[in-house]
Design a protein around this ligand. Structure first.
Ligand SMILES: Cc1cc2nc3c(=O)[nH]c(=O)nc-3n(C[C@H](O)[C@H](O)[C@H](O)COP(=O)(O)OP(=O)(O)OC[C@H]3O[C@@H](n4cnc5c(N)ncnc54)[C@H](O)[C@@H]3O)c2cc1C
Ligand code: SF4
Length: 475
């Protein structure tokens, strides 16, 4: 009886896996949460109330069958739990670690709403797939038939990789092109190890390679290889290049003022043991420095926590709205505060001092009337400026798409007024025949779980496209 094992939320309290204490965790780049022990995972999964209409599932972008894999975990049937979990999610161990669960599945758990504390869905999802890897249940893709058609995927981030996995399972020949020397996109070079250890990403890369996905790395499409050449080589193309143009501030290019993506990429490369000139020279290393990070999103949170781990003298985060109105996850703010980051709410840079930066003149703000979007607009408080000393300023103000049609010299590839690629909502079909697009390059800066969803949907649309092209050719 499922009921005997489940619905324990009235007798079993919510319990996250153990979090390492700040003084220890800030000394390295390892993840901060430990793994559940088997009994603990089963116990926590048994708190699920097995709702007839599970809101957690409907608020997961992948519509993961959460109540079923929680029940199987509670019953100790982990391999079956894994099979169900991986049927809808290409990378459950990654989503379990870095989805903002408080806004998605867990934020909509009815137990939470009844005051008992949400089921720890993300941690159980991570546990199931980590166990599957350890037990050897995760096998390389082995399609039952090989197909002749080939698909070229530009971008080895979660969107491109999710599509590669799904296409390869159907026997399609898949080549993924990426300008970096490693696959994974922002999973590898954006998101720091304390949220997502690099081995976890690399084991997926290995699984895809072992399953026959071809990778062409160090290949900047538009420079090393033209888009047209890729189109000419493959029966269909998927663009999954993400968004990398950093939003900037005026007059913010003195030495010591750096872009978040450069800073995080250098730090992640060091975690792989690479030589990184800009890090070794001190330019992108926070050690011993007074660091000011500008921004209030998840990228800013990752920068402040990276700076702490690099041994900064002090780390301050300037954000022009208040805590309640910041875009970043509250869980990450709490983690950062525990590690010693100081948040300076309602503050924005007015100007930067020094040829090599020595400080930031900070304007104090208050929240005024709501603007057209309904958010209260920040207003400057006149005469309240002050100087904040800084040796390293990190700009973490968000990302925009690069101008792909211009960079790649492609005619007819339509973009929106925000520069994202125009693509059909459910299929990712672009304005060019046989060319699809997925992930951040379509949505704008978003989430890993949405990139996976888009990649999977696009793969299905590409399979339909290949089948209909074959049918036309056979007529
Ligand atoms: C610092 C940071 C922290 C984040 N934290 C989280 C988080 O905690 N949780 C979460 O869900 N999301 C998070 N995100 C967002 C998430 O990483 C993205 O939404 C997701 O990675 C988008 O996937 P994608 O496949 O569309 O693009 P990307 O992951 O950006 O991958 C795109 C790939 O395309 C390649 N590429 C680009 N142009 C070319 C070209 N011309 N030729 C060849 N290759 C090219 C790039 O090298 C890259 O590998 C974070 C983002 C950042 C920046
Ligand atoms: S993929 Fe993300 S939203 Fe969906 S169940 Fe897992 S953690 Fe929750």
């Amino acid at each position: 009886m499922a009921g005997q094992k489940m619905l324990k939320f009235t007798t079993v309290d919510r319990d996250m896996p153990e979090k390492r204490v700040p003084n220890l965790r800030k000394q390295d780049f390892n993840e901060i949460y430990a793994e559940y022990a088997r009994d603990k995972a089963a116990e926590q999964a048994s708190r699920c109330s097995q709702c007839g209409v599970p809101y957690c599932q409907s608020h997961c972008p992948l519509h993961n069958n959460i109540p079923d894999w929680l029940r199987l975990t509670a019953e100790g049937r982990l391999q079956e739990a894994y099979e169900i979990s991986q049927a809808t999610n290409t990378f459950p161990e990654i989503c379990g670690r870095i989805c903002p669960q408080d806004r998605l599945c867990e934020g909509n758990c009815v137990i939470e709403q009844s005051g008992h504390g949400t089921v720890t869905i993300g941690s159980v999802e991570k546990y199931i797939t980590d166990t599957a890897f350890e037990e050897g249940w995760v096998k390389p893709i082995s399609p039952s038939v090989e197909r002749a058609e080939s698909v070229g995927i530009i971008g080895a981030g979660p969107g491109g990789l999710a599509a590669a996995d799904r296409l390869r399972r159907e026997g399609v020949q898949v080549t993924v092109y990426d300008r970096y020397d490693r696959g994974g996109g922002l999973l590898t070079y954006g998101i720091p190890g304390f949220k997502l250890e690099k081995d976890t990403v690399m084991q997926r890369m290995q699984q895809l390679e072992d399953g026959g996905v071809q990778f062409v790395l160090n290949c900047n499409v538009g420079e090393d290889l033209s888009f047209d050449a890729i189109r000419g080589k493959h029966d269909a193309v998927l663009i999954a290049t993400g968004v990398y143009k950093s939003r900037d501030l005026p007059d913010a290019d003195a030495d010591g003022i750096v872009r978040a993506i450069d800073y995080l990429t250098a730090s992640n490369r060091k975690s792989f043991g690479d030589d990184v000139e800009e890090f070794d020279s001190g330019e992108l290393n926070a050690v011993g420095k007074r660091v000011v990070v500008i921004g209030g999103g998840d990228t800013a949170m990752d920068c402040v926590r990276t700076a702490i781990r690099q041994g900064a003298e002090s780390v301050k985060c300037l954000y022009r709205r208040d805590r309640a109105n910041m875009p970043g996850s509250q869980r990450e703010v709490a983690n950062a505060e525990e590690e010693g980051v100081e948040f300076v709410w309602l503050s924005a840079p007015a100007r930067f001092e020094g040829d090599a930066v020595t400080g930031v003149t900070v304007q104090k703000m208050r929240l005024g009337q709501p603007d057209a979007t309904g958010r209260q607009a920040p207003e400057v408080i006149q005469g309240a400026d002050y100087l904040e000393g800084a040796d390293l300023v990190i700009k973490a103000l968000g990302f925009e798409p690069e101008d792909l049609p211009a960079l790649w010299g492609v005619e007819g590839l339509e973009v929106t007024r925000w520069g994202t690629i125009k693509a059909e909502f459910t299929t990712g079909q672009t304005s060019l025949e046989g060319v699809f697009a997925a992930g951040d390059i379509v949505r704008g800066a978003s989430l890993v779980v949405w990139a996976i969803k888009d990649g999977r949907d696009c793969a299905d649309a590409i399979l339909d496209y290949l089948s209909s092209a074959n049918a036309v050719a056979a007529e």
